[in-house]
Design a protein around this ligand. Structure first.
Ligand code: AMP
Length: 218
């Protein structure tokens, strides 16, 4: 199973990728998570990426392509993988195709999650993340058992810098301009499926499993 999860920020693709990865025991490659970890650890990658991320802009293609290339070369990805938040530009998609081709692989499916802009803003503004283990909550729809505390590891939850209202608008514009064209790109290559991302996490998950089963992937 070689999948790409596509969609606007806040659409729920990371949450669904996490579940699918656990269920099918495939590695989830989330460029956003990798970059945030680099920022936390103040590596040179993190220092380079931080300014772009804080402004809601994309990190340069060459940087993220390098990250993904390295990951895909790991033996754990040989049997399948899930890409979450990559590719985000047509250039990245083209580079991914080249990398996969040289490994004798191709994508099985690109899943595009859709929700209204209003719902995306609601989800992002209420999202709270664990800086330690990466678990994600929502103040209304997926609250932690104890307010502000991670259920999984007990650390204090935070709002991501780029989930603040000012940055959310910038991220949505970047998505429309640079990432939305990938929908047409993959549709032309007969690789695209759409999943309605509205409703609960379980509802979306059930739709996704149905889709994967219909494509003979699950
Ligand atoms: P995410 O967690 O996927 O919303 O990503 C958070 C931020 O990381 C984005 O707003 C970008 O600044 C950066 N980022 C993540 N993935 C990519 C990518 N594929 N290309 C460029 N920048 C990325």
């Amino acid at each position: 199973m070689r999948l790409v999860f596509l969609g606007a920020p806040g659409v729920g693709k990371g949450t669904q990728a996490e579940r699918i990865a656990a269920r099918f025991r495939h590695p989830k490659i989330s460029t956003g998570d990798i970059l945030r970890e680099a920022v936390r650890n103040q590596t040179s990658l993190g220092l380079e990426a931080k300014a772009c991320m804080d402004q809601g802009k994309l990190v340069p293609d060459a940087v993220v392509v390098g990250i993904v290339k390295e990951k895909l070369a790991e033996p754990s990805c040989a049997g399948g993988f899930l890409l979450d938040g990559f590719p985000r530009t047509v250039k990245q998609a083209e580079e991914l195709a080249v990398v996969l081709k040289t490994q004798g692989q191709r994508l099985d499916q690109v899943v595009n999650f859709t929700v209204s802009r209003e719902e995306v803003v609601r989800r992002l503004s209420g999202r709270r993340s664990c800086p330690k283990c990466g678990a994600v909550f929502h103040v209304d729809s997926a609250p932690p058992k104890q307010a502000g505390i991670c259920d999984r590891c007990g650390a204090g939850l935070v709002q991501r810098n780029d989930d603040r209202k000012e940055t959310v608008e910038a991220r949505l514009s970047v998505y429309e301009e640079q990432t939305a064209p990938l929908i047409a790109y993959y549709r032309q290559r007969d690789a695209l499926s759409e999943v309605d991302g509205s409703g609960s996490i379980d509802e979306v998950h059930a739709r996704l499993l149905d889709l994967l089963a219909a494509r003979g992937l699950a």
